[in-house]
Design a protein around this ligand. Structure first.
Ligand code: NI
Length: 197
């Protein structure tokens, strides 16, 4: 039987603590490396209705880039601003812009019918696709894209929709490439898109 001399106990305890701390840190680094190196799990299949009433799925856009924004047509500020930035950026890209389909997906399907979307997206440009669907289909696609939205009652009896504001770039294989904030502006957005396409 080996007896540990009592004087060594504090050193053994200290060595044990250091050993655990080193393992702990190594574990953290491993975890963060996994998170930063992989493609974020954003996007996925959808089955929605476009502004002409046609059924559209994510598979319809394979081979093309999708520039997607989620919002609602009654939005007073950030939606028109974001769609304007997206459209201006695609215009500035010249021929390369033709490889990108700009898509607006509503988070307010109760009011944003295909007819409402048709008028709305036409105001931004002729290549736009506006998508709506039943509540379940919108819930599915917003979960896939990690979009936040919440109905906010207004004093006049109507409602607004709180929603996250992110522009998503999806690749020709349907997978997430990157995302932007509308504050990027059309020039910087066009520059970044040109580098990637
Ligand atoms: Ni909005």
């Amino acid at each position: 039987m080996i007896r540990t001399p009592i004087a060594l106990v504090p050193y053994i305890a200290l060595a044990t603590v250091i050993f655990i701390a080193v393992l702990w840190q190594a574990g953290d680094q491993l975890t963060s490396r996994e998170v930063t190196s992989g493609t974020p799990d954003v996007g996925g299949p959808f089955a929605l209705t476009d502004q002409t009433g046609a059924q559209r799925s994510d598979a319809d856009f394979r081979g093309r880039y999708m520039l997607i924004y989620f919002g609602y047509t009654y939005c007073p500020d950030v939606c028109p601003l974001s769609l304007g930035v997206m459209n201006d950026a695609l215009d500035k890209m010249g021929p390369k812009g033709k490889a990108v389909t700009p898509i607006f997906i509503t988070v307010d399907p109760a009011r944003d019918t295909p007819a409402v979307l048709k008028t709305y997206v036409a105001a931004f440009g002729k290549n736009w696709i506006g998508l709506t669907g039943n509540a379940k289909a919108i819930e599915t696609v917003t979960k896939e894209y990690k979009v936040y939205y919440k109905r906010q009652p207004l004093k006049d009896g109507g409602y607004a929709m709180d929603h996250s504001s992110t522009i998503y770039l999806m690749g020709p294989d349907g997978r997430f490439v990157t995302h932007y904030d509308e504050s990027i502006g059309p020039d910087a957005l066009a520059e970044d898109l040109k580098k990637r396409i």
